[in-house]
Design a protein around this ligand. Sequence first.
Ligand code: ADP
Ligand code: MG
Length: 721
Amino acid sequence: MPNSTNIKAAVGKRRLFLSMQKVFDFFSQELTYLKGVGPAKAAAMAQEGLRTYGDLLDYFPFRYIDKSNFIHISQIKDDKSFVVLKGKIIDVKEIGAGRNKRLTAVLKDETGIIDLIWFSGIKYISTKVRLNKWYSIFGKPVRYFNDFNITHPEIEEIDPSQTNTAGQELLQPVYSLSEKMKKSGLTIRSMAAITKNLLLQAERLIPETLPLNIIHDHKLMPREEAYRQIHHPSSLQEMNKASRRLKFEELFLLQMIVQLEKQKKQQQQGHIFDKVGDFFLKFYNNNLPFELTGAQKRVIKEIRSNTKTGFQMNRLLQGDVGSGKTMVALMTMLIACDNNYQACLMVPTEILARQHFTSISKMLKGLDVNVAILTGSTLLSERRTLLPALKDGQINILIGTHALLEDKVEFNNLGLVVIDEQHRFGVAQRARLWKKNNIPPHVLVMTATPIPRTLGMTLYGDLEISVIDELPLGRKEVKTVQSTDAERLKLFGFIKREIAKGRQAYIVYPLIQESEKFDLKDLMDGYKSIERSFPAPDYNISIVHGKMKSDTKDYEMQRFKKGETQIMVSTTVIEVGVDVPNATVMVIENSERFGLSQLHQLRGRVGRGGEQSYCILMTKDNLSKDARERIETMVSTTDGFKIAEVDMRLRGPGNIQGTQQSGMPKLKIADIVEDEELMHIAKASAIAVLKEDPHLEMTKNFTLRKELNEKKHGEFWAKIS
Ligand code: ADP
Ligand code: MG
């Protein structure tokens, strides 16, 4: 027999269930059914991703019109901004006929008069606009000869004797409207009316998602109120509170997802690398070509202690171009070998794979380590011996490109995966390597693309992070200058003097995919003119571009690397990772066409030895504002971190290299640059929640857990790292 408490609980549950059902139905209702929308408007909205009530609630205004901020007619300026006026209608008339028919009204205040004009909806407006009544007017004045007029202003009758506007909405929301939405008849005003009506219907249906203690600790506005205030604020202050609440929620949920993922990764069983054996020690004592930097040593220690715990390592190694990440990768691979595991190193380009293969093979001379290379151009006959040897475990270290991902590439016991320039690979691609073993291998991803901290907290928040924050001793900062065609002779003279000192130079041309043919012509023309200025037999020139066969490319690279050629003319195929320490000059043609991170990568090809190096940014004379800022940034700093910050400011976080592939979710209200502080708070809260309740089983976290489960199925979740 159920006792009375049980019955109460059962009834309570049922009620909860019913109301949840209602909530669910409400938010997934189609906008067509909302008052003021209708099929045509709904179709236009759907094109912007606005299909349901829930979508519209999340469609936040991007600004507000402050209707309390009246100006005088005489104060109107020619700056195309919206204004709010207050005055009396002193004339109304309809003029023209048919398609030329329009309604004009004259508004007068103490300082002047202005024409208001309507071309459509005349019948309705003419009932609203009445002679000698007072109105507040909102619209965008345009100049017409010496006067201004306003077409289709928003207009509201007011009582001139009342100075205070109590009861009226002073901050009117402005939603972004696509052309299609405007054509369907949606206006700033009607959108505001629609959301107002929606919020009226949503009364008491917008559930709280954050645990109450968090709301309390961070003094957050309750969710339902925040939705009301963000759409229709009662004051600027309330609007700011609402915005803070919604931003916090977005960042907090994001950090919850990241931290949950991190927690999952940290608990993943992994191989145990508990030995440091012959390979590592012999290499360290006999083969190491230079003293490691303090940062390299520290990072190797971090990796060692991470790989001996029995849990899988998921580590990001960040270090600016030239900081010596390859050496860390190599020594980590040797630790894997010492523990009887295989290791692989995946890189984004064939040139880079060959370069790593050559230099690593050379560095491992005298050690009994079997290194192999596999790329798209590895011949079938070579594969026939390579693949079985890999499966047998005879190959210790495999270096390669995307080709490593193929199903046919099977390892005997893959213990470590290193991915160089990881931003060049998509998440899914990287994940395919994990699956090449029953117990997933340890993973070390390396990047030279410094990204702003807040972005890093999101993109790589689920990874452990190591940083090489120190360049090898004796490096000199690359000197960077901007130059134009007028100074080309001087430039060539300079290059000749560097070559006379025994140095080498790169001359790089942009290659933009859509116009490859055209670019290739640029490159070939450039090559010819360089050949004329640097004639054989005094000078030898290499040329490398993406359309070349890989063995020709390799041959040219090797000639340059060996010093047989003094000038390397190329497209951006040499952008990542290429290492020729004797090169001291980097000339970038049409540098205004490159993005900042690319320029930084290219410049990183020089300044790798002890000699003073130079980067010359060739530009045309007239630069756009953005291009000028990019070039000035490059000239003024070599700090990759600062460059990344500028890059993000200029392009927005969504376009930063690697963000798209990394599955960074689109944020609806928070801004990854501006809301850095809130992101830190959100991260700390997420960590605290999981520390107390790792599986979100406590009652207070019930709604949070539900919310996260829903997000998981939506696009918000995406695939982080
Ligand atoms: P990146 O971090 O850009 O991949 P690399 O690993 O290619 O940098 O290293 C850049 C250059 O610095 C290489 O020529 C490498 O041999 C050299 N190098 C790396 N570590 C040191 C060190 N500790 N001392 C001196 N030179 C180093
Ligand atoms: Mg590198």
